[in-house]
Write a protein that binds this ligand. Structure first.
Ligand SMILES: [Fe+2]
Ligand SMILES: [Fe+2]
Length: 201
């Protein structure tokens, strides 16, 4: 005789607490059956709760944001001059490399969700949340980078709230990226503080 997993699960918990009529967990046979359907969808199973097209669209916006940030930090890295330039330039370079890692992570997730990462230079700035501002002085560059980081922080926070529990993998990835953008913003604020104390700039 075949005893369903959900029944035995309910039975074993009988004495502890009353269980609802509908078990919380999907039984294994249903899970296996669902996984066999539409296997071409890879990691995207019928249990995927989010609106996949919207998730891919917002991830492509995040991808554009990261690419713009890589370009802006690279420009600042190569253009940083003056007495305080060397340590600041190193910080710009490190941020550029970290934004590149974020871009790659996001592109990878878009593919996993069955989408295509948009790397087209056409419309890149329109898709991006953050702007590309060159900045004339070292201080200007740091300020522009800080503004861009603050924009990225807000947009990642919104995306995370939007995803909630509907796509925990994308949400966790974005939470990791958000934490790093917050570190970037903190680095830039301390650079501004340090430079403010030193004269001339
Ligand atoms: Fe980033
Ligand atoms: Fe950043």
């Amino acid at each position: 005789m075949l005893i369903s997993i959900s029944n035995s699960y309910t039975h074993s918990r009988d004495k502890e607490a009353p269980m609802p009529d509908q078990p919380f967990l999907t039984d294994i046979r249903t899970l296996r059956k669902r996984a066999r359907q539409h296997i071409e969808n890879g990691a995207v199973t019928p249990g995927y709760q989010a609106d996949r097209e919207t998730v891919i669209r917002i991830l492509n916006e995040a991808l554009a944001t990261e690419i713009v940030c890589v370009l802006r930090y690279k420009r600042h890295y190569f253009m940083a001059t003056g007495i305080n330039a060397q340590s600041v330039a190193q910080e710009f370079l490190q941020h550029a490399n970290e934004e590149q890692v974020h871009a790659d992570q996001i592109a990878q997730r878009i593919v996993q969700l069955g989408g295509a990462p948009n790397f087209s230079p056409e419309g890149l700035l329109t898709r991006s949340h953050a702007e590309y501002v060159e900045g004339d002085s070292l201080i200007d560059m740091i300020k522009e980078d800080l503004i861009a980081e603050r924009i990225a922080i807000d947009s990642y926070r919104e995306m995370i709230a939007y995803l909630g529990n509907d796509d925990p993998t994308t949400r966790r990835m974005l939470e990791g990226i958000l934490a790093m953008e917050e570190e970037h913003a903190e680095d830039l604020v301390s650079l501004l503080g340090e430079l403010g104390k030193r004269k001339p700039l």
